[in-house]
Design a protein around this ligand. Structure first.
Ligand code: P6P
Length: 334
């Protein structure tokens, strides 16, 4: 490794030096990052370690769990429960908050995560990722309950994701911008490769699962139709479309070259509130996107100001290049 390269640990020590009372956050993130490295190794070995395929069970979302969903969840719990920086954890893969083992040292943070997002892509070898969010545990609470996790996205102290793609990358924000790190497999360290990631305010690339178009609300149908009309339509520009079915990969593409990602309200899901989960998908991604100069909305309100009502609450998500998100929001107001 060239001597002028920075590891994520050194980066965080420097970044946190000025921030008072965040020393333990660096240590907590070190445990989170180790868990992501172990997941990366399992994902990269896939069939070689018998990690592919269904686990034959369902999660709280009623979704079929892949073996790697359960394994990734276990990895996050094991690597984060002993450090003494957490009062509790919550995961997409568990109905209730995880109670640390009695006698385990407790800290002042709460960790929420989707241990393996996009796992339907695992068996077809398409990029998947881990999403995590860090909140402060309410003062004096040592055995947090659901209500202690239900804090708006604006209260997050850190958010990040790991993307297990052609390379494994880690992208983080602690409220002072967004930085990206690439895993050097030879030394097992994430190295700073994308300092100060920012999203172009304009884009001509949209990401949505178009097979759902007949179930969308009118403002989203209008926005997508205008994109598809290209230079013959009101936008007078041609657009490109992407859909990877892995939110982490979509968000990363948008951070690198701009774009807009939409999983909007869908008539079939109205009773559930949407598809994506607020606490460990929408909120952490919204923090990252906003810190990079983008925007993240339900179509009607800023995601990060929502007062959560449930640990596995679902919301519509429209995020990415600021001017395109604002256009979609304006269509919802008309
Ligand atoms: P669909 C993955 O399951 C996920 O939660 C997101 O990562 C992704 O954007 C979306 O669902 C894909 O949904 O309906 O296209 O399979």
């Amino acid at each position: 490794m060239p001597l002028n390269r920075t590891t994520v640990t050194h980066f965080l020590i420097e970044a946190m030096r000025e921030k008072h009372g965040h020393g333990n956050l660096t240590l907590l993130l070190n445990d989170v990052i180790t868990a992501c490295k172990v997941i990366s190794d399992q994902v990269n070995h896939g069939a070689l370690v018998g990690a592919l395929g269904s686990a034959g069970s369902e999660n709280v979302q009623g979704e079929t769990q892949k073996k790697l969903d359960i394994l990734s969840n276990e990895i996050f719990l094991r690597f984060n429960e002993v450090g003494g920086h957490l009062a509790g954890m919550a995961s997409e893969e568990m109905d209730d908050p995880y109670a640390l083992p009695e006698g385990a040292p407790r800290g002042k943070y709460l960790l929420l995560f989707d241990p393996l997002d996009g796992s339907s892509n695992i068996d077809v070898n398409v990029s998947v990722g881990t999403i995590f969010s860090v909140l402060k545990c309410p003062e004096g609470v040592t055995h947090p309950e659901v209500k202690d996790f239900l804090q708006p996205g604006t209260t997050q102290v850190c958010a990040g994701y790991a993307l297990y793609g052609p390379s494994s990358m880690l992208v983080l924000t602690t409220g002072d911008g967004v930085n990206g790190f690439t895993l050097d497999q030879n030394i097992g360290e994430f190295i700073l490769t994308h300092p100060g990631m920012t999203i172009p305010e304009d884009t001509r690339e949209f990401a949505i699962n178009a097979s759902n178009s007949r179930f969308w609300e009118a403002p989203v149908q209008r926005y997508v139709e205008e994109c598809l009309a290209g230079t013959d339509g009101p936008r007078k520009e041609n657009f490109n479309m992407r859909w990877i079915a892995s939110m982490v990969a979509e968000v990363h593409r948008i951070l690198v070259r701009g774009g807009i990602f939409m999983y909007p309200m869908d008539e079939r899901m109205r009773s559930k509130g949407g598809k994506l989960r607020l606490m460990y998908e929408a909120n952490p991604m919204a923090f990252i996107i906003e810190q990079a100069g983008g925007a993240c909305s339900t179509g009607r309100e800023r995601i990060m100001t929502l007062q959560p009502t449930g640990l596995h609450q679902r919301v519509p998500v429209i995020l990415g290049s600021k001017n395109e998100v604002e256009r979609v929001v304006s269509y919802h107001k008309e």
